[in-house]
Write a protein that binds this ligand. Structure first.
Ligand SMILES: [Mn+2]
Length: 332
């Protein structure tokens, strides 16, 4: 057995007729790949399954995955009728806010299974399977499916491959372990293609996004004293650039971990007026999740995120810089 919880999860699923799956807000390949993989498995168990996502937009780069169009977007959790479902399975979400995309949303009263790998998971549901050492929920699901001794077809394998490729930055990040490579081996044997996932996730950027990175780079600043690099984009500039999707996350992944003499970095984008979203990345193993947590967000050592709401752009950036410097100082 890979996980002792695998049996409990399977029992909960067997008891349920109608199952709801979640694709977290601001969906990434791990969120989408994981829920679609589970969708296929549950469908084969002849369950009624639906997938919901609070965000308006999905991550279109992975629209080659089977049943991508089954994900219902723009779901308002506060008015959604959960009572007609027997079970809710949520993936890749450190908190209920990440599940629902709504800080005020209350956790509905139905059995919930939380499958996640975030360092900062708050164990918000009845059954919590949190593996902080897993690269991705995709890697965890493969282990669960192996525990269940079920058949993994090529479509399902492709979903898990996308999840792992996305969360490991195509096997570059420190979260890529021997267990990750074992998962890749098994998924490849089941018919998944890592090159297909890498092509769609990392080599299919819209030109507007690449131009946006140029603006981010032109505003890049280095704090030599506290050893971090950062760039902040105001709503005005973001709007001018056509609000490209995944702008902040991709810029953070590409540019905040490559500057000599720094420990970490962040990209902040005012994605809505008065809401500054920040993505942190570590270059040396400096724990960025502590900064994110301090700002009300969460994540992992190497990648984390947070939002600062209700402050003018400059004030919000100042707040982030202050907390970065405080943690950088403590780290010395
Ligand atoms: Mn993940």
């Amino acid at each position: 057995m890979n996980y002792k919880e695998s049996t409990v999860i399977l029992e909960e699923i067997k008891k349920a007729k109608k199952i709801l799956l979640n694709c977290h807000r601001g969906p990434d390949p791990d969120a989408i790949g994981s829920c679609l993989a589970m969708y296929k498995v549950l469908k084969r168990m002849v369950k009624k399954v639906e997938i919901i996502c609070p965000s308006e937009r999905l991550y279109e780069n992975v629209n080659y995955l089977k049943d991508f169009t089954e994900i219902k977007t723009n779901i308002v959790f506060s008015s959604f009728n959960f009572s007609i479902y027997d079970l809710f399975i949520v993936f890749d979400s450190s908190s209920w806010e990440m599940v629902s995309g709504d800080k005020k949303s209350v956790i509905p009263k139905l059995p919930i299974i939380n499958i996640d790998h975030h360092e900062t998971n708050t164990f918000y549901s009845g059954v919590n399977l949190v593996d902080k050492n897993a690269s991705s929920v995709g890697e965890m699901l493969l282990k669960i499916f192996v525990d269940w001794e079920i058949e993994i077809d090529a479509d399902c394998a492709a979903c898990l491959m996308a999840a792992i490729v996305g969360d490991t930055g195509a096997f570059r990040y420190a979260n890529t372990t021997p267990s990750t490579f074992e998962a890749i081996k098994l998924l490849t044997e089941k018919g998944a293609n890592k090159d297909q996932a890498i092509f769609h996730i990392f080599r299919s950027n819209p030109s507007e996004l690449v131009k946006f990175w140029g603006v981010v780079l032109s505003k890049l600043q280095i704090d030599k004293k506290y050893k971090f690099v950062w760039s902040a984009i105001s709503y005005k500039d973001y709007e001018k650039m056509g609000k490209p999707e995944n702008a902040k996350e991709t810029a953070a992944s590409y540019f905040t971990q490559i500057v000599h003499g720094t420990d970490f970095g962040f990209i902040a984008v005012e994605q809505e007026k008065g809401i500054l979203s920040i993505s942190f990345r570590s270059r040396t193993g400096f724990d960025t999740s502590k900064i994110a947590l301090e700002l009300g967000g969460g994540g992992h050592i190497w990648a984390s995120g947070a939002k600062v709401e209700g402050l003018p752009f400059n004030e919000a950036v100042k707040k982030v810089l202050k907390i970065c410097r405080m943690y950088a100082k403590m780290n010395r």
